[in-house]
Design a protein around this ligand. Structure first.
Ligand code: NAD
Ligand code: TYD
Length: 345
């Protein structure tokens, strides 16, 4: 399926920036409009290698600002892929307002625009966290009841329900992907893997919550992005697909991998107070997407993690600009101080 124009929202974040790069590399006939509000988690320096590609355009806008976003829909879009979100569980525990604003109201605004302008496909990037927490056995399937436990996952679940409703009520051609924990380059160093790697590179200890035995299923961001593209191009409107890496690990096991790769020992671990409402275990059943669409994760975890750690080691400037806050002024330096909404064309 050829899609001449795709809008990627949340494009300056971790997964969004990797998805933009994948589209420009693999769908060379597609015009990619990369939109982002550039919150603390948005980093235009993660997209510098796309600048100059005639198929790439960046727009700074907030998905909650319908007036700012509407003109892009007015250009005629074959697809919208929505990554824009507040994404960090710990921040949602400190305050849920921005999570409801972007993750729920923002999605409603995008859905209304998609409906009004007859967008070809609307793919909402969701998460395994909407299903809640598992005991020692079992997996989440697409039939597992939604039972979120954090304000973050509750806001993502609310968005999923809105997406479903807009499909049923208005016939908006929606798709939902629910993926497990991603790792890879360009992840903001507040999440487990990049936080721990950057801490260790600065000689700091790593804060492991609780007993360190919580389990997550890990997938390389490139596998996730390939899965999203597969669903976008091949799935039937209204579909929901689970994606995962088939790689369950306890947090302590991840930490040991990182410590050993960086030649450090367990004295660098600092056990700290547990996260309130900390989900114990996530695990995904991905048989539906494998059977229907033939997608499966490919990157072996040990190789992917080693390359990821090496990436953070090599990209000292990217890390340093986040540490100093310099990344926050990249847009103004690149495009000038034209207000909140801007475009590079
Ligand atoms: P991220 O925090 O790195 O990126 C989110 C991006 O959205 C940032 O660039 C931010 O500036 C932008 N944004 C925030 N509010 C906005 C707004 N109002 N308008 C426009 N842009 C806004 O997050 P991520 O890890 O890349 O996650 C992307 C999506 O994937 C999220 O929806 C998240 O729920 C989902 N997801 C993430 C994971 C994971 O492991 N990281 C797993 C499954 C699903
Ligand atoms: P995180 O990367 O925040 O992703 P999520 O909570 O969405 O799964 O956390 C992954 C796991 O690592 C989770 O069980 C919480 C734990 N964790 C720590 O132990 N210490 C930390 O500093 C962070 C950020 C996470």
């Amino acid at each position: 399926m050829i899609m001449p124009r795709i809008l990627v929202t949340g494009a300056a974040g971790f997964i969004g920036s990797n998805f933009v790069r994948l589209l420009l590399r693999k769908r060379t006939e597609t015009d990619v409009i990369a939109l982002d509000a550039l919150t603390y988690a948005g980093n235009l320096e993660s997209l510098t290698d796309c600048v100059g590609n005639p198929k790439y355009r960046f727009v700074r806008a907030d998905i909650c600002d319908a007036d700012a976003v509407a003109p892009i829909f007015g250009e005629g879009l074959d697809a919208v892929v929505n990554f824009a979100a507040e994404s960090h569980v710990d921040r949602s525990i400190m305050g849920a307002q921005e999570f409801v604003r972007t993750n729920v109201v923002g999605v409603q605004i995008l859905l209304d625009l998609a409906r009004e302008h007859g967008v070809g496909r609307f793919l909402q990037v969701s998460t395994d966290e909407v299903y809640g927490s598992l005991g020692p056995t079992g997996t989440f399937s697409e039939q597992t009841p939604i039972a979120p436990n954090s304000p973050y996952s509750a806001s993502k679940a609310a968005a999923d329900l809105l997406v479903r409703a807009y499909h049923v009520t208005f016939g908006v051609p929606t798709l939902i992907t629910r993926c497990s924990n991603n790792y890879g380059p360009y992840q903001f160093p507040e999440k487990l893997i990049p936080l721990f790697v950057t801490n260790l590179l600065m000689g700091r200890k790593v804060p492991l919550y609780g007993d360190g035995l919580n389990v997550r299923d890990w997938i390389h961001v490139e596998d996730h992005c390939e899965g999203i593209l597969t669903v976008l191009e091949k799935a039937q409107p209204g579909a929901v697909y689970n994606l995962g890496g088939n790689k369950e690990l306890r947090n302590i096991e991840i930490v040991r991998h990182i410590l050993s790769h960086l030649g450090q020992d367990e004295s660098m671990i600092e056990y700290v107070k547990d996260r309130p409402g900390h989900d114990r275990r996530y695990a995904m059943d991905i048989t539906r997407i494998q059977a229907d669409l033939g997608w499966a994760p490919r990157v072996p975890f040990e190789k992917g993690l080693a390359e990821t750690i090496d990436w953070y080691v090599a990209h000292e400037e990217w890390r340093e600009h986040i540490r100093s806050g310099e990344y926050l002024t990249y847009y103004e330096r690149q495009y000038g101080t034209g207000g909140v909404v801007g475009t590079d064309t």
